[in-house]
Design a protein. Structure first.
Length: 327
């Protein structure tokens, strides 16, 4: 089938305004910050797809292997399953792996793809469209709004399984993750299910290689945020004046990424009404990726009024898939 993507110019204008406002606000904080959600312009999304192929970044492969291995059971644990809703589908290939693992024949599924990026929706719909017996609906929207739209259209026909994969939950700080999961829960009805992928705590050396790889792809992904500010907000960041740094914060159980000013410099971002002076060594904190223990994931989901159905872990890569139902 031909997936349709809604006209995006209004949404893009809103996104541009939000970017300008956030750059103005977060770069003025102490320490300076930029929200990690802005990594994913066209180049940033391509760099992220490249990261997923890196031998040092195990998340994507580990999750795909768990989905292939346990997909049939995952889908069969949700009875009367009629719809899948993936929040942030990326290339669509995790969802395709899951559905391909279903027992055959299976009933027809409506697949809702939710992302703010039209390019991501386009790519994911093309991947998912290779599957038999699926109808695709795209929602160019935030996760919360897209899930609300999907739930509103779904169904007397059966239950929904929402997917939040790739350890994307790890970008929320703990109170933010709790709040986000409660919002998700509120959009579902009793008996609907949620599958969450989470990266687990592992040795520091492995974590640092995953976020500061020898090819410099993650460094490029991080510094592309400055390239994006220059292009979209007319900034004059000297991209070479900032170095990539990844640190493991064991106290808060998160990998942090920062951009470090290599010298004294000042930067103007006219469309964010901003002029900033950086001292040598001054940092911009661009991302946190929280790492969990399997039981912490269960507890987090239970706090949001989900009941545990099953959890699968890859002990070598230290990654978990947790399936819960709305109770
Ligand atoms: C897509 C947010 C899960 O935190 O591992 C990859 C993004 N950042 N390398 C992660 C990312 C640096 C990724 N998430």
């Amino acid at each position: 089938m031909r997936p349709s993507v809604a006209p995006d110019s209004a949404a893009e204008r809103v996104e541009h305004e939000a970017f300008a406002g956030d750059v103005e606000y977060y770069l003025a904080l102490t320490p300076r910050q930029l929200p990690s959600r802005y990594f994913y312009d066209a180049l940033g999304s391509a760099l992220f797809e490249a990261i997923c192929e890196l031998p040092w970044y195990p998340i994507t492969r580990a999750e795909r292997a768990l989905l292939a291995r346990h997909g049939r059971e995952i889908l069969s644990r949700v009875d009367q399953l009629a719809m899948l809703v993936e929040l942030g589908p990326g290339s669509g290939d995790k969802l395709a792996t899951l559905v391909a693992a279903a027992e055959t024949p299976r009933r027809r599924l409506t697949v809702h793809l939710v992302d703010v990026s039209p390019a991501a929706l386009d790519l994911a719909s093309r991947t998912v469209a290779t599957l038999d017996a699926v109808d695709i609906v795209t929602h160019q929207a935030t996760y919360e709004a897209g899930l609300a739209e999907a739930s509103a259209r779904g169904s007397a026909r059966g239950r929904a399984l929402a997917l939040f994969l790739g350890s994307n939950i790890g970008n929320f700080d703990p109170p933010g993750a709790d709040e986000f999961l409660r919002t998700i829960r509120a959009e579902l009805v009793r008996g609907d299910a949620l599958l969450v992928g989470t990266d687990l705590v592992k040795p520091e050396r492995e974590l640092l290689l995953a976020y500061d790889d020898p090819l410099g792809v993650t460094a490029a992904f991080n510094r592309n945020l400055l390239v994006r500010i220059n292009r979209e907000l007319d900034g004059d960041f000297d991209v070479e004046g900032f170095a990539h740094r990844a640190v493991w914060n064991a106290v808060d159980s998160r990998v942090e990424m920062h951009l470090v000013s290599t010298r004294r410099q000042s930067v103007r971002v006219p469309r964010a009404s901003l002029e900033v002076r950086f001292e040598p060594g001054e940092t911009i904190w661009t991302e946190s990726s929280y790492k969990y223990e399997p039981d912490e994931v269960k507890a987090m989901l239970e706090r949001a009024s989900f009941g545990l159905l099953a959890q699968w872990t890859d002990e070598r890569a230290r990654f978990a898939l947790t399936l819960v139902e709305a109770v």
